[in-house]
Design a protein around this ligand. Structure first.
Ligand SMILES: *Cc1c(COP(=O)(O)O)cnc(C)c1O
Length: 402
C-alpha cells in the first residue's frame, strides 16, 4: 500500500484493494510495467494497424499452435468477432448485413454453458440454440448434455458450436469438436479466464477448437482492453475483414498477405460489425509484450506465492471464533487457491452481506468475492494482492467482528 499519491487520488476516485481476483469491474489485473512501457513507446509513431495485427498473429500462432491470431478489445469482443467470422465466412454481403444474417446464424450451446457473455455472440447476429438440460447440476441425472443432442441440433443454419471452457465443462471439448467437424461446423471456445496454466494456451487448439478466446487483461496482464482470438486462418481472416477500419481505397489497399488473403474475398467490405471493438497501436504493442512475458513466466513460483498468501490470510481469519475457514484448491472456478470464509452472524454481530457491503464503502474500497453470500460466506483471493494488502484485508474484515 504505497504512500505515493496515485492518479486516482488526484482524480478524487477511491482505489480498490482487490481480494476478489481478476474482475473487469474493478480494473482486471495490474498490467505488467513492461507492457505499459511498450504502450508508451507505441504512442511515439504511426504504424499500419493491420501490420501490427499481423505481427500479433504471428506471436499468437507461435504460443497457441493455432494457424493465426487476432487482437480485439477484450475476450467478449473476440467472442463477437469470432461469431461474426463463423456466420459470414468470406461472404462480403453477409458481412455487410450483420447482425441481420437471415439464416445460417445458429450457435448451438450446451445449456449448462450458457452465461452472461452470450450477449457477445448475439451482438454478431447469432441466434443461440441451447441443448441438453441441467440434470447433473440438479442431481436429477448423471449428464447435462449428451453428444447426440448436439449432433441432433445441427442443421443447415448452424454457424458454430459455442463452448464455455471450465475444468468441469461437459461434454469433453474433444468429443464436441469431433461431432461438430463431422458436420463441417466450427467450435468457438470461451477460455477467457483459463490462464494459467500455460498449457491451456495450446490445449484447446490441440483438442480441436476452431477458435479460442482469451482475455488479455486477466492473468496475461496485458492492457485491460485487449482480448486474443486464436484459431483457423479462414476465420481469423474473416474476423480481420470485419474489424479493421475499412475506409480504404481499394486500388492501393494491401493488407499483410499473412493476415488477409485478398484473393479469397474479391472486394473490400464496408466498416464491419467488429469496427466498434477496435484496439489501438498502444494496446497491440502492450498485449504482444505481455503475452511474451506471460509465456516466459515461472507459473509454479507464482502458484506457490498465491498459496502462501492464501495461508497467511487464512491464519489471520482463524483467530476469529465467528469465522470458519477453508482454503480451496485453485482449480474449479478460480485459477488461484481461495480462502473460503463462512461467517456465523450471531457470534460476529454482523451478517455477511452487511460486512461485504461495508468493506466496499471504505477508502480504499476493499473487495472480497461475493458469490457465496447466500451461504453466509465470502471468498478472499490472493492473486491481485501484495502480502501487505493481504494483511490489510484480514485486519479490515476483523475490525467489523465482535
Ligand atoms: C472475463 C471473461 C470474459 C470477458 O473477458 P474481457 O476480456 O473482459 O472481455 C468472457 N468470458 C469469460 C468466461 C470470462 O471470464
Amino acid at each position: 500500500m504505497s504512500e505515493k499519491p496515485s492518479i486516482y487520488d488526484e482524480l478524487g476516485v477511491p482505489t480498490v484493494v482487490n481480494a476478489a481476483s481478476t474482475k473487469t469491474r474493478i480494473g482486471g489485473s495490474l498490467i505488467r510495467p513492461e507492457a505499459v512501457e511498450a504502450m508508451s513507446r507505441a504512442a511515439e509513431s504511426f504504424v499500419r494497424i493491420s501490420d501490427l495485427e499481423a505481427r500479433a498473429s504471428e506471436l499468437i500462432s507461435e504460443v497457441t499452435g493455432a494457424e493465426a491470431g487476432y487482437v480485439a478489445s477484450g475476450a467478449a469482443a473476440c467472442l463477437a468477432l469470432g461469431t461474426a467470422a463463423c456466420i459470414a465466412g468470406d461472404d462480403l454481403g453477409r458481412m455487410n448485413r450483420l447482425p441481420h444474417a437471415d439464416g445460417g446464424n445458429e450457435v448451438i450451446m450446451p445449456r449448462t454453458h450458457r452465461n452472461g457473455y452470450d450477449h457477445a455472440l448475439r451482438l454478431a447476429g447469432a441466434e443461440i440454440v441451447d441443448v441438453g438440460n441441467n440434470d447433473n447440476h440438479l442431481g436429477t441425472g448423471s449428464t447435462n448434455t449428451e453428444l447426440w443432442e448436439i449432433e441432433d441440433a445441427i442443421t443447415e443454419d448452424t454457424a458454430a458450436i459455442g463452448y464455455m471452457q471450465k475444468s468441469y465443462s461437459q461434454p469433453e471439448l474433444s468429443d464436441v469438436c469431433d461431432v461438430a467437424h463431422a458436420h463441417d461446423v466450427p467450435v468457438i471456445v470461451d477460455a477467457a479466464a483459463e490462464l494459467p496454466p500455460k498449457r491451456n494456451l495450446t490445449r484447446f487448439v490441440e483438442e480441436g477448437a476452431d477458435l479460442v478466446v482469451y482475455s488479455g487483461g486477466k492473468a496475461i496482464r496485458g492492457p485491460q482492453s485487449t482480448g486474443i482470438l486464436a484459431g483457423k486462418r479462414e476465420y481469423i481472416e474473416s474476423a480481420a475483414m470485419q474489424h479493421l477500419d475499412m475506409h480504404v481505397a481499394e486500388e492501393v489497399w494491401e493488407p499483410p498477405a499473412d493476415l488477409i488473403d485478398l484473393e479469397r474475398f474479391g472486394g473490400v467490405p464496408r466498416q464491419g460489425i467488429g469496427r466498434p471493438l477496435k484496439v489501438g497501436k498502444e494496446e497491440l504493442a502492450g498485449i504482444i509484450r505481455a503475452l511474451e512475458l506471460f509465456v516466459d513466466e515461472d507459473h509454479d513460483a507464482l502458484a506457490d506465492e498465491w498459496a502462501d498468501r492464501a495461508e497467511l490470510m487464512a491464519d489471520g481469519f482463524r483467530e476469529e471464533s465467528s469465522l470458519s475457514i477453508t482454503v480451496t484448491e485453485g482449480e474449479k472456478t478460480a485459477v488461484a487457491p481461495e480462502v473460503f470464509v463462512r461467517l456465523d452472524a450471531e457470534v460476529a454481530g454482523i451478517d455477511a452481506e452487511t460486512l461485504v457491503g461495508e468493506l466496499r464503502r471504505e477508502d480504499p474500497r476493499v473487495f472480497v468475492g461475493p458469490d457465496h453470500l447466500h451461504e453466509s460466506a465470502f471468498t478472499v483471493n490472493p492473486m491481485c494482492l501484495t502480502d501487505e494488502e493481504a494483511e490489510y484485508v484480514v485486519e479490515r474484515v476483523r475490525s467489523y467482528l465482535e
